[in-house]
Design a binder for this molecule. Sequence first.
Ligand SMILES: [Cu+2]
Length: 202
Amino acid sequence: MTRTARLGRCGVLVLTGLFGAWLGAVAAQAEDANKADIDALKKSLAKYEDYTAAVRDLYLSTVGCVHYSGEKIDGAMYYPKGAMGIHFVNVPSIGRPLDPMKPNVLIYEPTKKGLKLVGVEWLVPLTPDTKEAPTLFGQKFMGPMEGHYPLIPREFVHYDLHAWLFRDNPNGMFTPTNPNVKCSKAEFPMLEKPTKMMPGPM
Ligand SMILES: [Cu+2]
């Protein structure tokens, strides 16, 4: 090998290394930015640990404690075994521009000590103007899918994103169900079938 060839190869290796490090730094930066946003969001929502504060702000209970068996059905969304809890929906906010600081839904788990705030959800209706699935905190929404019958009409075709801000989720913060959330203490447990996918833009 000539000296130039050796130097050349060395240069390429150095460049590849630098590029890799740069990519890593960019990814870490994005993660940090999301983490800061998520921390701010958690802080601003802490007042809803008291569910009556949520009700006063028109997050209203849909009563049933939703959970899934983990079954996979062709043409339906996949929900790993676990619960989604009781959804308190702020109907006036639905269909308004997506606001990372104002989720459309607060999620509570019934426990011996009352209702515990465990997570939140954003709902985005599918409209003729929809060009692509919405994203938030670097996460793509699930959907489009039918409304989650029987608590939501099937006609409400939408995208959604869950965030388990207040309860660890071994499957990831943004997966739709949380195996650490239970409906066993619920007055009205509701085993839901996976929701049907609907055609979207593209
Ligand atoms: Cu949900």
